[in-house]
Design a protein around this ligand. Sequence first.
Ligand code: GLU
Length: 503
Amino acid sequence: MENNIRVRFAPSPTGGLHLGGVRTALFNYLFAKKNHGKFILRIEDTDQTRFVAGAEEYIVDCLNWCGLAPDESPQTPGAFGPYRQSERKESYKQYAEQLVASGHAYYAFDTTEELNAKRNEQPNFLYGQKTRMQMRNSLTLTSNEVDDLLTQQTPYVVRIKMPENETVSFLDMIRGLVSFDTNLVDDKVLLKADGMPTYHLAVVVDDKAMEISHAFRGEEWLPSAPIHLLLWKYLGWEAEMPKWAHLPLILKPDGNGKLSKRDGDRLGFPVYAMTWSDPKTGDLTKGFKELGFMPEAFVNLLAMLGWNDGSDTEIFTLNELIESFSIERISKAGAKFDFEKAKWYNHEWIKNTSAAGLKNDVSAVLAKENITVENKSLLLTVIDLVKDRCNLLGDFGPQSSYFFTNPEAYDIASVKPKWSAEKASFFKEFSQNITPNLNAQQMEGEFKDLAETRGFKPGELMLPFRIMLVGGKFGPGVFDIAVLLGATTVKNRIDLAITAFNA
Ligand code: GLU
């Protein structure tokens, strides 16, 4: 069943995609899918000074990685293209003109120098009701002067003329009734001197042209809402205005303000969905993907930043999210980002994913350590044995590489102080007793019997044995490891380790 629900994710291609941006995309996606509507990607690239090469492709890659493929986008256009605002440039000017003609906007010819002089004179200068009559614009110049300036192709911008003493209100789907005093809003630029619209004009014109039914965006855009509401009204499109929802901010871990990329750098966690390499500076900022997050876990944890289904359930697949999602359950309050909790989600997802489902990721992790596993069924067994111990996909490196290659180093410090000739001799004899067909329980039995015969507590020998096989103090049951390694490898590792421990 199709209907006319159309929502859009409208990022500006200016750099890495912040997790808050992905959450906005996700909530749009969930709403669209839940309501059998369309999810649209619109690239808002009208600010040529902030344009960054490669940023659009990167955004598309991020959405695809998350499984949030748009129904319509620059790459998969529908009937409402183009999907890049820069390619829609010609469509905006007429509306700016229409607003000037109806008295809701005006031409402003002030040069940068004039504006700077004004700002020096009045430190809190805002171009608006109190100041607009001191400036060089079509409100202060005669119509002949304006015509002359236009004929001479003098650069100008078009500014909205904010009305005085009005209250502008709308019903936000999350916040309820939100009202603004127009006296507090300045005369924002709608059309720039280069003929490009600003965000304010473009967002309204495009939401109308693309028949957007619901517009969900971050709370940081709430102060812009009165401008957009007035534009919808002044352009005569009020009845078609989308329903708005301003999504709560994602906050720093301590709750003090919006989470920024700098917080991630400072506190050592990613803020971008995928690694972003800045083409200008060459700086590389690591993303959740490259840090070893599963996309399913990333999407799941983002959904829970500001939303829940009303129960204690925390783990949701994308389909379950679509099923349970409702805008009404999005909270008004900002959501604190907790990286430990984010890792917990990833851990749960790793734990609950089958070995077959993890195989490709784990193979890629091992390949980085130059390990190629030929025996696929062994790989699956190993994944099942260690996945409980992994928070990040990269943890499969240390947690499983020793199944396929001898430890590169031993945690000698944990063995050496209590190492003795008697222990070495124990392991030599134990090594001789290992036969290929022992199961873990039988091997443990042999180990303990021999320990007892030689007057050891088995506990004193388990740690050295583990370090012989694994290199460190981690991993699943040591006899499970030994059985998977096989008799020959175990004997070999015991020999190598004894030499290292004795040295
Ligand atoms: N281009 C805006 C941004 O970069 C979009 C805001 C909106 O969705 O209206 O976030």
